[in-house]
Structures are given as structure tokens and as C-alpha cells.
Ligand binder design. Structure first.
Ligand code: SF4
Length: 225
């Protein structure tokens, strides 16, 4: 008997996409369990502090099919730690779904189908995880952008202005905005939006200031939105 592929899942839910260039659209979220990092601002620690539920791929796809018009985002934790995420991505693409993948930047992007919109974190010093960035992913991001424009987005989560300066240098040195949309996402309650907006405008930096829209809509709800 062949074992059915499965994934360790933290939660499945339907909500508004809060981040990326797809922000505002209805979206089914597949949140995988487990993460190899420990960012000090993490708002999804339950993905590695609590045991995940092992779910067959077919059951996950069945849930997604309840919302045929919605985007599908695979997030975590860190989804690319699980080998069967490849099968999940391929299955969703084969069903003509618009698929987003949020990844923390520490895992290779090689297995991510080009049809999937990869949103790749570059961790700043304020996260405590700055050294987790997989340098080879920079070339992979360039390869993906060349193969399919808008297949990839790059995200910096900023805890303070030191993080802003780090991200600004990285973006300028690598001319990242010529490769992919660049998202600057402030950590809620630690970096004032106005300060960040003024800095971006003053530096004429072609990056996208993004809010976590779901935290504006549901400010007191910690999961499932
Ligand atoms: S990569 Fe994401 S899930 Fe993992 S510790 Fe950092 S913020 Fe939390």
C-alpha cells in the first residue's frame, strides 16, 4: 500500500490577505507547523510551540476547494521544511489556483514552481535571525524574475530604524527593486508608520510600505485571520 502524502498543519482558515501585492483579496491560508527560526517578534510561535496535525494532501485540497475564487497562501512556520509542500504547490497550480508561498529566506527556492508567487523574507538584525538568509537565494530570485516577472516578492520586516537602514543598504546594493517588488513591513507597535513613511519618501526608495491588513481589521485576534 502506498502511503498518501501528508503535511503537518498548524491551521487552515479563510480570511483577507493581509500582506504582499495581493493584500486585500480573499484568501485561503494553509499554515504549516514547525519553523527553524525564532524571530523575536514572531506572531506565529504556536506553529512551533504546539504540535501540528498530520493531514493528508487530499484533505487539505478538499478544504481549499470550498473557496474556488480565493487566492491560496501557504505559510508557516516555514513551509519549505516539509518535503510534501512541493506536491501541495504542484497540485494547487494544476487546479489553476493562484498560489502564494511565504518563506523565511533560509530555505532554497529551487523546488518552488515558477507559477507560485514566492514571498521571500530577508531577515533584518532586529529579528535576531539575520544570519539565516540563504545567500544562494539571491540568484534564485533573479532567475525566477527573469523566467516570470512578478513570480517573486522580497520582504523586509522592520523592527526599528536600524533595520530600515540595513534593508535600505541591501536593496540599493543589490538593486532589488529592479528584480522584484520589495515590501517594507514594520513590526506593529515598535516602528511608527509615519517615521517609516517619511524615511522612504526622503530616501526616494522605490519600495512598498505594507501594513499587516488583517491586524487592522482584527486587532485583537491572534490567529485564524
Ligand atoms: S520565520 Fe516566521 S514563523 Fe518562523 S520564527 Fe520567524 S516570524 Fe516566526
Amino acid at each position: 500500500m502506498v502511503n498518501e502524502p501528508s503535511l503537518s498543519i498548524s491551521e487552515l482558515f479563510y480570511s483577507i490577505q493581509g500582506e504582499s501585492t495581493f493584500a486585500g483579496l480573499p484568501c485561503v491560508f494553509i499554515r504549516t507547523a514547525g519553523c527553524n527560526l525564532r524571530c523575536n517578534y514572531c506572531d506565529a510561535a504556536y506553529t512551533y510551540e504546539e504540535a501540528g496535525r498530520e493531514m493528508p494532501l487530499a484533505e487539505i485540497l478538499h478544504y481549499v476547494e470550498r473557496y474556488p475564487q480565493a487566492l491560496v497562501e501557504i505559510t508557516g512556520g516555514e513551509p519549505l521544511l516539509q518535503q510534501n509542500v512541493s506536491s501541495l504547490m504542484t497540485s494547487l497550480v494544476a487546479r489553476n489556483r493562484t498560489v502564494l508561498l511565504e518563506t523565511n529566506g533560509s530555505q532554497s527556492l529551487e523546488s518552488v514552481p515558477i507559477e507560485v508567487h514566492a514571498i521571500v523574507d530577508i531577515k533584518c538584525p532586529g529579528s535576531g535571525m539575520e544570519s539565516s538568509w540563504l545567500a544562494a537565494n539571491l540568484q534564485e530570485v533573479r532567475n525566477r524574475a527573469a523566467a516570470r516577472p512578478n513570480s517573486t516578492e522580497i520582504k523586509f520586516v522592520l523592527r526599528d530604524m536600524q533595520d530600515y537602514q540595513f534593508a535600505r543598504s541591501f536593496v540599493r546594493e543589490q538593486a532589488l527593486y529592479e528584480v522584484a517588488p520589495v515590501l517594507f513591513s514594520p513590526v506593529r507597535d515598535t516602528l511608527p508608520l509615519l517615521l517609516l513613511a517619511q524615511a522612504i519618501l526622503g530616501d526616494e526608495l522605490p519600495v512598498r510600505l505594507q501594513l499587516q491588513l488583517h491586524t487592522v481589521i482584527w486587532p485583537t485576534v491572534a490567529r485564524g485571520v
